[in-house]
Design a protein around this ligand. Sequence first.
Ligand SMILES: O=C(CO)[C@@H](O)[C@H](O)COP(=O)(O)O
Length: 156
Amino acid sequence: MVTNPLDYVEPLGKAGASGLGTSKDNWKELIQNIKSHGMRPGVSIKPGTSVEEVYPLCFSLVEAENPVEMVLVMTVEPGFGGQKFMPGMMDKVRILRKKYPSLDIEVDGGLGPSTIDVAASAGANCIVVVYLTTSCNQYPSRQRHKRDDTFNILQL
Ligand SMILES: O=C(CO)[C@@H](O)[C@H](O)COP(=O)(O)O
């Protein structure tokens, strides 16, 4: 998560990033910009942010307005590793999966052997972990969401 994502679009695109998060304020411009640099747009929600906040970014009634392709549900407060997974965030994942069956839903924070299944069962298909690397491909029920250019894993 960064304060001014627009500043990072070009350098990250040139560096080879496949996806970049947008922000709430100028998301339409950002999504266009991210796509024009060959990346997939996503959005992150912190634990205190309600899931309803991302609805306008996930579905567009106007053809010219592109929605995000991924929502990252933070399962800890962003900032540092080693925090405890927040199971209460799984309601957000379940709601998003039901509402947007083909959306890439990522979870980040406190993920490991004891929590990955919880997140995957709720509907997450991309998992961020620090030491353990897995991917959407390992969850057969989620393979329908698999794409070659998916974000998969952000390995720190
Ligand atoms: O805080 C962030 C990003 O700001 C997370 O990406 C954590 O760094 C995840 O670390 P673990 O919970 O997996 O240790």
